[in-house]
Design a protein around this ligand. Structure first.
Ligand code: PLP
Length: 400
């Protein structure tokens, strides 16, 4: 039985990140882990808060009756209530527990939302560069992702987004702090975006659902704050997870929160619950719902990410590689350096990542993020690995 052709096609053009990650594992077994500088994937290397391990031990030793059973598809009421408290604080808008649906990571939560709102042929807009999986998520549910280049400083190009909205546009995804740029959108820009969405609605007769994908919300530098979206546009949802802030990516625990100001909030929430079920997730993982209900506000020290950012930017400065200074998250988006006069295409990010790989550095080409000529380094890795990469970056640059 052959694999469906659209899946074969998607697989062959798919995830540089995963490919690099898997290549990194092979290189580490061949050359030794200390001799490979793997900046390919956003897998946080901080340990989760100690309370997570304590709760796991407690749930293992003193299990509650029915602890592993099915539950309401939206999740445990106490977990939904805890998420509602979290989101209310972040958005400055009172969100009740019945506006929260627990999801299988931010990725699962996003798929539940997109399935709920997309009809065949609908468009989902996103500002480029963007997290590459969005294109697959839109396609999973009959939609097409359409990317709109950001401004030069990686902020939203609101005029271009507005101009791109048509009656086919079902949703707009924003991601702040951004993967791969680390950009945080300002509250002024978000207010302007809300006004643009209102104008577009009057023009097309269709309201665009604004989806804020926020798994990096807590990981910010220099006391920056991530501005809320609920006050600027009523037809909006927040999608998030505990993959990055609590270092639990393998546990697949996330959520969707629907703006209570949305006129069809109940219908949308019900649809997200239904879609979570019929995609086959059924519900978010039970054990980690119990854990995040009590650990969501654990204090985590992210200063080591700042330290790593500064270490890596110092090394790139020495090597002569330019980058955008991230305001949050743990990615450095870097410009492919000018090539020596005699060589070929100077902005070829794939070729430059191959050059880095020859020096045992794994980065991800920008074209996968919708931004050729750039590449991404994930610096959620040990300081030792960052420090060890100094000569490799210098030599890769010299030979380019
Ligand atoms: C922007 C963005 N959204 C969503 C996800 C998926 O997060 P999760 O592991 O919680 O599904 C990631 C993971 O790297 C991401 O970078």
């Amino acid at each position: 039985m052959p694999v469906a052709s659209h899946i074969s096609e998607a697989m062959s053009s798919s995830s540089f990140i995963r490919r690099m990650f898997e290549e990194g594992l092979m290189m580490k077994s061949r050359f030794g882990a200390d001799n490979v500088y793997d900046f390919s994937i956003g897998n946080p290397d901080l340990e989760p808060p100690a309370k997570v391990a304590r709760m796991l031990a407690e749930l293992g030793t003193n299990p509650k009756p029915g602890q592993h059973g099915y539950m309401p598809n939206a999740g445990y009421p106490e977990t939904r209530a805890a998420m509602a408290k979290k989101v209310s604080g972040e958005q400055g808008v009172e969100v009740s527990a019945d506006r929260v649906v627990m999801g299988v990571g931010a990725a699962g939560a996003m798929n539940s939302v997109l399935k709920a709102v997309l009809s065949h042929g609908d468009e989902v807009l996103v500002s480029a560069p963007f997290f590459p999986e969005y294109a697959h998520y839109a396609r999973n549910h009959g939609g097409n992702l359409r990317s709109i280049p950001s401004r030069e400083d990686f902020s939203l190009d609101i005029a271009s987004i507005e101009a791109a909205i048509s009656s086919k546009t079902a949703a707009l995804i924003i991601n702040s702090p951004n993967n791969p740029t680390g950009k945080i959108y300002t509250s002024e820009d978000l207010a302007a975006l809300g006004a643009a969405l209102a104008r577009a609605k009057s023009r097309t007769g269709r309201s665009v659902l604004l989806i804020a994908d926020e798994p990096y919300r807590e990981i910010v530098y220099d006391n920056r704050k991530v501005a809320p979206i609920f006050p600027v546009w009523a037809d909006s949802v927040v999608v998030s997870s505990f993959a990055k802030n609590l270092s639990l990516p393998g546990e697949r625990i996330g959520y969707v929160a629907v703006n209570p100001g949305c006129a069809w909030a109940q219908e949308l929430t019900d649809a997200v619950i239904f879609c979570t079920r019929v995609i086959g997730y059924v519900n978010a993982p039970a054990t980690f719902q119990r854990i995040v209900a009590e650990c969501w506000d654990e204090k985590v020290d992210y200063s080591s990410y700042l330290k790593r950012r500064n270490l890596l930017t110092g090394i790139l400065d020495e090597a002569g590689i330019e980058y955008a200074v991230p305001e949050g998250a743990f990615y450095l988006f870097c410009k492919v350096p000018e090539r020596r006069a005699t060589a070929g295409d100077s902005a070829d990010d794939g070729a430059f990542c191959d050059q880095l790989k020859a020096h045992h550095i794994l980065g991800v080409p920008g074209k996968g993020f919708g931004k050729p000529g750039w590449f991404r380094l994930a610096y959620c890795v040990s300081e030792k690995s960052i420090t060890g990469s100094r000569d490799a970056f210098k030599n890769a640059r010299i030979e380019w």
